[in-house]
Design a protein around this ligand. Structure first.
Ligand code: HEM
Length: 747
């Protein structure tokens, strides 16, 4: 909203004169104002006024008044009444008490007081973006779902990524599952595929969801820890819930500390059904595979990112989309029939199990592209209401008892959270296809039917009688035959708790296995009760004996007896490469970010060559410097910084380059933030490009002797390209044994 009214008389004629000295956006457009890849710098509005001196009209108390006029609209109340003064409450006298008569103040404060709605009971911290789904292969042979019929057709989409346990304001790099909720506005209604970045879940039956979430969230008496599973209640519940062991392997892996929301997979988790036009059905599992490749950070890095930039993931997504680097995922389906389900080692209705891609290949049928950020976070990301029960004709549920419970929960929670049954009237939730029904009224009803008829059947005829059932196009459930007594019971086919946990563990690269062990030791070391630590390890023995020993050793406890297994694990399931992050990384540095630490006098030719190499790769860069105003390079040109050194630690970047003069290096070597910049980059196994005069920093940081082949010199401009190409490997994992981030001395 912009301002209104006749300005109060300015006290200062000097102020008016200084308006002439405004610097406009146009004056700055020829320089690199952000010290970052130019397309990522926020564009200044063409009419933005940058005042070198303070020159707004002032009221009698010196308060700023910006006024309407010309193209600037008058500020009004919600009822459209123009506002003359938005700075001062109505008073008696100049210093006297406020008057109740001030309707503008009361309305403004009333609305502010009611700005918050309840945060989601889970997945409160999230970030959304718009895009589209494009079908690349028809599935007309197996489903009548309209969205899967016509190759090349685009369906509007909204995606919200989230963490699970933390509050709305919690940091992005919490160790947690990432929600991956997709709303496709299909021509036969909204389809919500409300998935996660992990293909399995903690529990098998919806009855346990409130307990799981209570245990994971802050403990109820003290209300901490925030956004962490590293506490007694969580591990107590887990150690008494062995069905969670497969999920535990996933959440202790680097999957829960992704580098970017752009580098995670998405999974529908449950077995769903496709139903064709003849009512025949086949099972389906849904997969989103990132074109950007999988990538995660390391735990020590995640902890530091949370301090340096708690908005790391949302900023990354916002920047990438605004830069035109649209993240993309392929939609894959695993299709299988009853014969496969009957022969599979596990129950396909058990959400703690996955179907290895080696057994049922993932068939790629489309792509999801996110190409537009939200206009308003609250209206779109916060008010979007996903519901698993939103499936269009041609898609149906399986009897997975977790999915069945979810189908109740999501509608229930939306009414509580959004406050009215009319949450479907909000633009982000409204279907984009024709819709007609007789549901009416309620709080904030915005789409109200016209005419006399609000019921059916009725005798008002085809023009006035309103909509009617459509037995042909309408949603019909798969006519599954179900038999059996009514009972509360868990199927014996759900009783294998360890086999796939083991399969996941042995499918990991050595560095990934180490991270799982480190994470378990870290989390269990935050648990206060020794019996909970020990009981957890008793389950790990069934997963992998060496892992259990590593964790017991890391905790400083003896190996407990193995837990009693409900069913003996299968110990010869083969490894599956698709379960590893490292084995599914990208083949380029595209979309990744280089941090360039510059000082005055840095070699201009090398800097230029580096920027060209970054650009050629489709990567981006940001400049870090001792002062935010930037540096003067060897050719006398200035480069502004994106970050002052202590605001731009190396954890924010995928790789770093240190381009400094000898004097710059000597001075930075004395600065703890600069030393941390290089020691962290080194400890996190990143690629470090070392400019010709940078050595003093590494010497003072104590790592000059340890530098390896992933720390190449950039001594001349021609070295830049090779350095960026080397960065494609993302991390130099062979270094890890030397830096040993788990803080456990090697025995
Ligand atoms: C019985 C088990 C579950 C129950 C009762 C449940 C319940 C809920 C509830 C109440 C919300 C908050 C929704 C809102 O306020 O908008 C939510 C959000 C969410 N749930 Fe579940 N959930 C369950 C299991 C799962 C599973 C297995 C997955 C993944 C496959 C999942 C993925 C999500 C996601 C991604 C969101 C966030 C949606 C958004 O971005 O708005 N949930 N869940």
């Amino acid at each position: 909203m912009i301002m209104a009214k006749t300005p109060p008389p300015s006290k200062s004629s000097k102020a008016k004169a200084s308006v002439k000295a405004k610097v406009t956006a146009a004056d700055l457009s020829s320089s690199d104002i952000g010290g970052e890849s130019p397309e990522k710098a926020s564009a200044l509005p063409a009419d933005a006024a940058i005042l070198p001196t303070y020159a707004e009209a002032q009221g009698s108390g010196g308060e700023t008044h910006q006024v309407a006029g010309g193209d600037i609209a008058p500020l009004t109340t919600q009822h459209g009444i123009p506002v003359a003064d938005d700075q001062n409450i109505l008073k008696q006298g100049t210093r006297g008490p406020a008057l109740l008569e001030d309707a503008h103040f009361r309305e403004k404060m009333f609305h502010f007081d009611h700005e918050r709605i309840p945060e989601r009971v889970v997945h409160a911290r999230g970030y959304g973006a718009h895009g589209y789904f494009e079908l690349t292969e028809s599935l007309a042979d197996v489903t009548r779902a309209d969205v899967f019929q016509r190759i090349g057709e685009r369906t509007p989409a909204f995606v919200r990524f989230s963490t699970v346990a933390g509050s709305k304001g919690s940091p992005d790099l919490a160790r947690d599952v990432r929600g991956f909720a997709v709303k496709l506005y299909t021509q036969e209604g909204n389809w919500d595929l409300v998935g996660n970045n992990i293909p399995v879940f903690f529990i098998q039956d919806a009855m346990k969801f409130p307990d799981l979430i209570h245990a994971a969230k802050p403990e109820p008496d003290r209300d901490f820890p925030q956004a962490q599973t590293a506490h007694d209640n969580f591990w107590d519940f887990i150690s008494l819930t062995p069905e969670s062991m497969h999920m535990i392997m996933w959440i202790m892996s680097d999957r829960t500390i992704p580098r970017s929301l752009r580098t995670i997979e998405g999974f529908g988790v449950h077995s769903f059904r496709f139903v064709d036009s003849e009512g025949k059905s086949i099972f389906v599992k849904f997969h989103w595979k990132p074109k950007q490749g999988l990538q995660s950070v390391v735990w020590n890095e995640a902890v530091k990112i949370n301090g340096a930039d708690p908005d790391f993931h949302r900023r990354d997504l916002w920047d990438a989309i605004n830069a035109g680097d649209f993240p993309e995922w392929e939609l894959g389906v695993q299709l299988f029939d009853d014969a496969f389900a009957d022969s599979f080692d596990f129950d396909i209705l058990d959400a703690t199990k996955l179907i290895p891609e080696e057994l049922v290949p993932v068939r790629i049928v489309g792509r999801l592209v996110l190409d537009r950020v939200v206009d308003n976070f609250f209206a779109e990301t916060e008010q979007v209401a996903f519901m698993t029960q939103n499936v269009p004709p041609g898609i149906d549920f399986s009897n997975d008892p977790l999915l069945q419970g979810r189908n109740f929960s999501y509608l229930d929670t939306q009414i509580k959270r959004l406050g009215s049954t009319n949450f479907t009237h909000l633009p982000i939730n409204a279907p984009k296809c024709p819709m007609a029904h007789f549901q009416q009224d309620g709080h904030m009803a915005m789409r109200n039917p016209k005419g006399r008829v609000n019921y059916e059947p009725n005798s008002w005829g085809p023009t006035q009688g309103g909509p009617r059932e459509d037995p042909v196009r309408g949603f019909t459930s798969f006519a599954e035959t179900v038999d059996g007594p009514k009972q509360r019971v868990r199927s014996e086919s759900f009783a294998d708790h360890y086999s796939q946990a083991r399969q996941f563990f042995i499918s990991q690269a050595p560095s990934e296995q180490k991270h799982i062990g480190d994470a378990l030791v870290f989390e269990l070391s935050k648990v206060e009760r020794p019996d909970i630590r020990s009981r957890t390890v008793s389950h790990l023995i069934h997963v992998d004996a060496a892992l259990a020993e590593t964790v017991a050793d890391g905790l400083g406890i003896g190996l407990p007896e193995a837990a009693v297994a409900a069913r003996a694990p299968i110990d010869d399931l083969p490894p599956s490469n698709s379960l590893s992050i490292v084995k599914n990384g990208p083949d380029s540095f595209k979309g990744r970010k280089l941090g360039i630490l510059l000082s005055d006098g840095a070699d201009a030719a090398i800097f230029k060559a580096l920027l060209e190499a970054v650009d050629d790769e489709g990567a981006v860069y940001e400049v870090i410097a001792p002062k935010i105003a930037g540096v003067t390079l060897s050719d006398g040109k200035t480069v502004a910084a994106k970050h002052k050194i202590d605001g731009g630690p190396s954890v924010l970047f995928d790789a770093v380059a240190i381009l400094v003069s000898a004097e710059g290096a000597a001075s930075l070597a004395l600065d703890a933030a600069a030393r941390d910049f290089v020691t962290d980059a080194f400890a996190h196994c990143k690629y470090i490009g070392i400019g010709k005069d940078a050595e003093a920093i590494f010497v003072k940081a104590g790592i000059a002797e340890d530098l390896d082949e992933a720390c190449p010199p950039i001594a001349k401009p021609s070295d830049a390209k090779a350095f960026i190409q080397a960065c494609r490997a993302l991390r130099h994992w062979p270094r890890e044994a030397a830096v040993d981030l788990d803080a456990q001395p090697e025995s």
